[in-house]
Design a protein around this ligand. Structure first.
Ligand SMILES: [Zn+2]
Length: 450
């Protein structure tokens, strides 16, 4: 079935929920009709009061394939994405083996993804000290950005870069107008001695706000000096977003994201010996996170992304409880929408505020703003249908990630993803996988290579 109609009293169009009927044909939104518009010859999905939104675009996901399939893989990650209403994701370059720092490795990754994608999937390339000469090739092959670390990445084959390395690749990024994505922590010795590695507060203090702000200052300086697009991933320190928002007044090439874990959890409530909560930068105190929310409400963040970064439970040190030995990364791709909606409800933030941060805005960042992120005539028919009144408890049985270990386990959440369409095909029906492998590989089409 390639042509059908989707009706709802709450269809998200031009930042408001309105009564509309979407006419889907051959993978695209053929038309957006006001009100209830039944055409006798076409299948008609009457979703009544359910919320119909553009499919979520998650611009920060770690999938680990090829080479670390025991951590996560394309089949499981994109299935989790589909079940969570994520219809497009962009995958990070560091967790596969080989790491995605050469064209050859990028091709291996594309091969690894083939015939496994339940949602659309694009990629970033990586910058490490030794691959300056590979950056242009990666860009020409269609990566959506180049990611680098200013501190140890956790993966030895993906060493961090320095200011000098960044300055060497900046002219290439400028030439193709491709963003540099930076993990902003600049480590130094100005941290307390660790006495109890099972203490969350000691872990938190081992990665202080000033690591983030020092790195952000460097990122802002690089952006200014070369006039390139610079994106700060997974911001956690509220002092960092203050710096970014000040710098943003002078440029629209500086962007920033934060993630559900920084908006949903607070350090004070994280028990000791529970490295399931470990991520870097760390989840900070409630007072910090309240500030992140007020920045979110005043459009301080460009978009939100999951930073899904799973590992086998043994690597999360769940038995030893040692925060310092554990892999830093949180698994949660499938639950971005209900986690954030639940917290929005608690804080009185409207769904209308949240949706663009997960759809239209990441599309803009990725250069997909004429194709994805809105329910608009001519756009790809990537659509998510949410029952915002339905509550559910997050149990292991509903988790589609490769590993069930996630800090969101047993949370009571609001908002159940009911139906999902990818490229005009229904892939999730009544919260169950319906049709597999409808996702496509996505490539960045360069705007101005000269
Ligand atoms: Zn990440």
């Amino acid at each position: 079935m390639t042509e059908f109609l989707i009706y709802s009293k709450q269809t998200f169009i031009e930042n408001a929920f309105v009564e509309a009927t979407l006419h889907i044909k051959d993978g695209k939104i053929q038309n957006v009709n006001n009100g209830y518009q039944k055409l006798s010859n076409l299948p008609f999905f009457d979703y009544g009061n359910l919320v119909v939104i553009p499919g979520i675009i998650d611009a920060h996901v770690h999938i680990n394939e090829p080479g670390r399939e025991d951590w996560e893989g394309f089949y499981t990650a994109t299935k989790a994405a589909a079940m969570g209403g994520v219809t497009t994701l962009i995958e990070m370059p560091l967790n596969a083996s080989p790491v995605t720092t050469t064209v050859e490795a990028f091709k291996l990754k594309q091969n690894a993804a083939t015939n496994k994608l339940h949602v659309n999937c694009g990629f970033y390339g990586g910058t490490i000290p030794s691959n300056t000469n590979d950056i242009e090739g990666l860009i020409k092959e269609g990566v959506f950005g180049i990611k680098g670390f200013l501190t140890h990445s956790g993966i030895d084959e993906f060493p961090n870069i320095t200011q000098k390395d960044l300055e060497a690749i900046a002219p290439i990024l400028k030439k193709y107008d491709v963003p540099l994505l930076l993990h902003c922590e600049l480590s130094d010795e100005d941290v307390p001695e660790v006495e109890n590695p099972k203490s969350y507060i000691e872990y938190l203090h081992s990665r202080p706000q000033h690591w983030e702000t020092n790195a952000i200052e460097l990122a802002i300086a690089i952006q200014k000096k070369f006039d390139i697009k610079v994106h700060i991933v997974h911001l956690s320190a509220s002092k960092g977003i203050e710096l970014i928002n000040k710098a943003k007044k002078e440029t629209d090439k500086l962007t920033v994201e934060t993630c559900p874990q920084y908006l949903f959890f607070n350090a004070e409530a994280i028990p000791d010996a529970s490295p399931i909560f470990k991520c870097a930068p760390p989840i900070r105190e409630k007072a910090n996170n309240d500030k992140l929310w007020s920045f979110l409400q005043s459009d301080g963040f460009n978009f939100l992304a999951s930073d899904h970064s799973p590992a086998p439970p043994a690597r999360k040190q769940l038995e030893s409880g040692d925060f310092f030995k554990a892999w830093g990364g949180i698994s949660g791709l499938q639950f971005t929408l209900p986690v954030l909606y639940t917290e929005c409800k608690k804080r009185g933030v409207k769904l209308e505020k949240l949706i663009p941060l997960l759809t239209e805005n990441p599309a803009k960042f990725l250069g997909l703003e004429n194709q994805k992120g809105l329910l608009k005539k001519g756009f790809d028919a990537d659509i998510t249908v949410l029952d915002k009144n339905e509550k559910f408890k997050l149990t292991e049985t509903i988790i589609e990630h490769k590993h069930k270990a996630t800090p969101y386990l047993n949370e009571n959440l609001n908002g159940l993803v009911k139906h999902v369409f990818v490229n005009g095909i229904q892939v999730v029906n009544n919260s169950k996988m319906h049709k597999e492998q409808q996702g496509k590989l996505l490539f960045n089409t360069l705007n101005n290579p000269f």
